[in-house]
Design a protein around this ligand. Structure first.
Ligand code: ZN
Length: 444
């Protein structure tokens, strides 16, 4: 069947950030920046402020005419009066002005201050002071220190994001980053009959010390879950991103002397996985680099030998070596891939990865090994889109990356048939013509 003309039941994006997708619609759009000069001509709307904070999303210095590394002084010059927090396109780094560093208490000499345990994620300038970038753990921690949206702001953000998913054809999502506030807003929408989306919900743990608190939150949420809002598991970051060169590889990035970085020790991750399984939750681990995935698969194998096994999801798996895939059988693993990352990363992916490039987007090899796979977008990192994934799979086939066994839309069907029955999307010429959620027609 022509993939551009079809009816898809339970059209599903298997990896999104629901609240982040709504947030992205209000933040200063930074994806179009051509360079540092663009800071002066950004379109800044009142809703881009949360309290006094100016929030932005989507800068990527690799896409600038003259790529250069960013620093706090660049923001200080243009925004001297407001704390600024700009999220990188891959969401694994934040760019802050000096005021913001001070307000979040990152403005301390090396190894001092309340965030000294995050030192390795706080790049410093030659003078020893923070450069204005926060990476990985430090970035995610800083995110929790910003003023939180109120419940009603949060409801509006989730509703706007839902509209974005509908327009792209989705009735079902798997959300990766729920917080207490988001859960409160989502259940409130649902009780009011205003939730027109089926959500498989995961709770984000950004620091191992937070795990007991997050497990408690997930437990309470599960007691209150509804037919369309299902609590599934816990999401843990293990490595970073390819764009920031923090995804953990088995060899150095081409022309560099580093392989990326991991966020937790084996011992830490083992304890987090065990505790989450014993509390009855699935575990989702963010692994983009081939070595990150190999580490986790080795750990799961060891745990299995000791009688510990539970449902585990590997998120992204953008690069997997054949020896890692061979070890995945019988580990209750599911893999979630986002073909559309190719559309943004194709200009530099082969160059960065060198001899690892043939192992990117390993859908065919995973299927041959009997590992279930699903497709998504990582929205707002990429726009949610069935069509972009179709296009990326086709482009990658031309690069020598074997196609999956089925049409790509096959991997965008929610695996839980009882969830919001009577939901389907009709695509015509690649556009959404009609969308029904739980038997009800949605105005697009
Ligand atoms: Zn993600």
């Amino acid at each position: 069947m022509n993939e551009m003309n079809q009816k898809i039941e339970r059209c599903y994006d298997s990896h999104v950030h629901w609240l982040g997708t709504g947030d992205n619609l209000t933040m200063v759009p930074l994806a179009q920046m051509q360079g540092i000069e663009s800071l002066r001509s950004l379109s800044i709307k009142p809703e881009s402020f949360r309290d006094r904070w100016l929030l932005g999303f989507g800068w990527d210095e690799h896409r600038w005419l003259r790529p250069e590394s960013v620093n706090r002084q660049m923001l200080d010059e243009v925004f001297p009066d407001h704390p600024v927090y700009f999220i990188r396109a891959d969401s694994h780094a934040a760019w802050l002005n000096t005021l913001a560093l001070k307000e979040l208490e990152f403005w301390h000499p090396r190894g001092e201050g309340p965030h000294s345990s995050l030192e390795e994620f706080i790049p410093r300038a030659d003078d020893g002071w923070p450069r204005g970038l926060l990476l990985e753990k430090a970035k995610f921690h800083a995110g929790t220190l910003l003023p939180e949206p109120t419940v009603s702001q949060c409801k509006a953000l989730l509703t706007n994001a839902t509209r974005t998913f509908h327009r792209a054809g989705f009735t079902h999502i798997r959300d990766m980053t729920c917080s207490a506030r988001q859960w409160e807003a989502a259940t409130s929408l649902d009780f009011a009959g205003e939730l027109q989306l089926a959500v498989l919900q995961n709770f984000h743990v950004y620091n191992s010390a937070e795990l007991p608190k997050i497990l408690e939150l997930a437990r309470t949420a599960k007691l209150n879950q509804s037919p369309n809002l299902r609590v599934k598991g816990i999401k843990i970051f293990y490595d970073g991103s390819l764009g920031s060169e923090t995804a953990y590889l088995s060899q150095c990035y081409c022309g560099r002397n580093h392989r990326g970085q991991i966020v937790y020790s084996e011992q830490e991750i083992r304890e987090m996985v065990l505790e989450s399984w014993s509390a009855g939750f699935e575990v989702c681990v963010h692994t983009i680099g081939d070595q990150a995935a190999d580490d986790i698969v080795n750990l799961l194998q060891k745990m299995k030998v000791h009688g510990h096994q539970g449902s585990t999801h590997l998120e992204h798996v953008e690069i997997l070596r054949p020896d890692t895939i061979a070890k995945m059988r019988d580990l209750s693993l599911t893999c979630h891939l986002q073909p559309c990352h190719w559309l943004s990363d194709k200009n530099w992916l082969a160059e960065k990865l060198g001899s690892l490039f043939p192992h990117v987007f390993p859908w065919a090899a995973l299927e041959n090994a009997g590992v279930p796979i699903f497709f998504g977008s990582d929205s707002p990192i990429e726009p949610p889109s069935v069509i972009n994934n179709i296009q990326a799979v086709a482009e990658l086939a031309l690069q020598g990356i074997s196609r999956p066994r089925q049409n790509s839309t096959h991997y965008q069907i929610c695996p839980e048939p009882q969830l919001a029955e009577g939901s389907y999307t009709v695509f015509e010429n690649g556009r959404v013509k009609d969308l029904f959620f739980a038997g009800q027609r949605i105005e697009l």
